[in-house]
Ligand binder design. Structure first.
Ligand code: GAR
Length: 198
């Protein structure tokens, strides 16, 4: 059996990356080939190494506003890893059209809101401020528009009285760790029909 190769891009703790890596065993159609971070101190790097996944770091800071120069470096380890699929998992930089178009139809992202609601940052606080009864997370294909692109799956949580942005974030993260592996598994097998977890 030939596996799809998955490069996972992170910026921080990498809990979603760990859930993806742990899921890619047995009859799963994909295997992790790279964990790549724009932050040298991302906690997820050690976790990837412990799991035996090759890691790389491309620090964005030396490039300042020159996104093209940064992305020209960022793409190198991904191409070297011969990734078939690129999974953004808590990767906190916006990628430009030039980068995204090279992985059109094979790049995924997880976002902590029920898209199209709350693109960008502070999603949990915004859901609370809006008085939403439901909140959650979305896995979608990445296009040149931020937090846009075809939705591949959503997982829901109830917003309870007394929830804060922090409690909501933890509840949503539990769902992220279920949703992303399920979507990736289907996606790697060629199934793009959206799923819903409640
Ligand atoms: C996750 O909640 C993910 O959805 C979010 O960052 C967190 C990363 O946690 N991503 C975004 O906000 C992207 N716009 P992790 O590093 O533990 O997976």
């Amino acid at each position: 059996m030939s596996f799809k190769r998955v490069a996972i891009l992170i910026s921080g703790g990498g809990s979603n990356m760990v859930s993806l890596v742990q899921s890619m065993t047995g009859d799963h159609p994909a295997r992790p080939c790279l964990v790549l971070s724009n932050q040298a101190d991302a906690g997820g790097l050690a976790k990837a190494e412990a799991a035996g996944v090759p890691t790389a770091v491309v620090d964005h800071r030396p490039y300042g506003q020159d996104r093209a120069a940064f992305e020209a470096e960022l793409i190198k380890p991904i191409l070297e890893s011969q990734a078939d699929i690129v999974s953004l998992a808590g990767f906190m930089l916006v990628l430009t059209d030039g980068f995204v178009s090279q992985f059109q139809g094979r790049m995924l992202n997880i976002h902590p809101s029920l898209l199209p609601k709350y693109t960008g940052l502070n999603t949990h606080a915004r859901a609370l401020a809006a008085g939403d009864a439901e909140h959650g997370c979305t896995v979608h294909e990445v296009t040149a528009v931020l937090d846009d692109g075809p939705i591949l799956g959503q997982a829901f949580v109830d917003v309870d009285p007394g929830d804060t942005a922090a409690t909501l974030a933890s509840k949503v993260l539990v769902q992220e760790h279920k949703l992303y592996p399920q979507v990736l598994r289907r996606y790697a097998a060629g199934d793009r029909k959206p799923i819903e977890l409640r």
